[in-house]
Design a protein around this ligand. Structure first.
Ligand code: UDP
Length: 311
């Protein structure tokens, strides 16, 4: 089948393109290269089943495809906050443009939403029926509320036009093809550890996150793409092994064998204090089961960064 992957040159997008090509699909990769990288897709350029379209999804487009996976949006905190109005446009105008193609072609859309729809959660771990604790006027709202609005638009296309939708809420994911300057905790800590710089722990480091290796998330996306049960989600995907950020920093030091120290600096505004996916629905409806241990995932990610980072 021919799959349009929006955000196909990004971290998750390029890992998905690789998997789709390996299983015999044609891939149309759409990216505006705002945070996507040509390096992430250069290995596919000689593959006749791979095409790249330089385009911004917030601008209308017409394509021919059998399936759309929507991943286009700057996703790390510093990148989505750099131009917040653009982030909102990518989420809202972008999903309208995606859904209009899906409606015209009568094809399914798998959309990657986010754990950020739960805001700073007061229910822990977060099940899908928890409606979240989101501030509409915070510096994170362009992403949180943008992604919430996108979910609303998807479900209204489904109710109004019967467009087939599959909505995943992605929890913190890491792995090869992340940007060195992404600003996410995993890439920051690994790059700092490799360079022998202090690891910048924000706040007191007691906030928690649960980290999913990218191949596990891709497994989940493929399971959902292939699911014929009519299940629309939303469904959490990630790994539910939870760490405090301080403990996670220590783990990165141990896995990389780095002698760096921890440096505690100010906590960014509205940083959620805890996050952990309830994976009951993903397991039950899709047989999703993340397999890669954090040690193994961090080792593979550190190997990747050793190749691309100037030490
Ligand atoms: N964080 C940190 N040091 C960094 C980057 C992030 O301590 O250099 C913390 C951040 O405050 C948050 C957690 O790590 O509590 C995860 O941050 P990230 O930006 O990776 O993702 P988020 O889950 O906040 O979107």
């Amino acid at each position: 089948m021919r799959v349009l992957v929006t955000g196909g040159a990004g971290f998750i997008g390029s890992n998905l393109c690789e998997r789709l090509l390996a299983s015999g699909n044609e891939v149309l990769c759409m990216d505006n290269f705002y945070t996507g990288s040509k390096n992430n897709i250069k290995e596919f350029l000689d593959n006749p089943s791979f095409e790249v379209i330089r385009h911004d999804i917030s601008v209308p487009f017409n394509i021919e495809a059998d399936f759309i996976v929507n991943l286009a949006c700057p996703a790390s905190v510093p990148h989505y906050q750099k131009d917040p109005l653009k982030t909102m446009k990518d989420n809202v105008f972008g999903i309208f443009n995606v859904m209009e193609n899906a409606r015209r072609l009568k094809i399914p859309v798998l959309h990657t939403s986010t754990s950020e729809v739960y805001g700073s959660p007061s229910v822990h771990p977060q099940p899908e029926n928890y409606n979240g604790n989101v501030n509409p006027v915070s510096i994170r709202s362009c992403y949180d509320e943008g992604k919430r609005a996108a979910e609303t638009i998807l479900f209204d296309y489904n109710r109004q036009y019967k467009t087939e939708i599959k909505v995943i809420r992605v929890f913190n994911t890491y792995g090869p093809k992340m940007l060195e300057n992404d600003g996410r905790v995993v890439s920051n800590f690994i790059v700092q550890a490799l360079k022998g710089e202090d690891l910048t722990v924000y706040g007191n480091g007691k906030q928690t996150r649960s980290f999913c290796y990218v191949s596990d998330l891709i497994d989940g996306i493929i399971l959902f793409m292939n699911d014929k049960s009519g299940f629309n989600g939303p469904v959490n995907m990630g790994n539910n092994y939870e760490f405090t950020i301080e403990d996670f920093a220590k783990l990165v030091l141990s896995v990389t064998g780095s002698k760096s120290k921890l440096k505690f600096i100010d906590l960014p505004k509205d940083d959620p204090i805890q996050r952990n996916p309830d994976l009951t629905i993903a397991k039950k409806m899709l047989g999703y089961n993340p397999k890669v241990s954090i040690d193994e995932g961090l080792k593979k990610t550190a190997e990747y960064f050793k190749k691309i980072v100037k030490i």
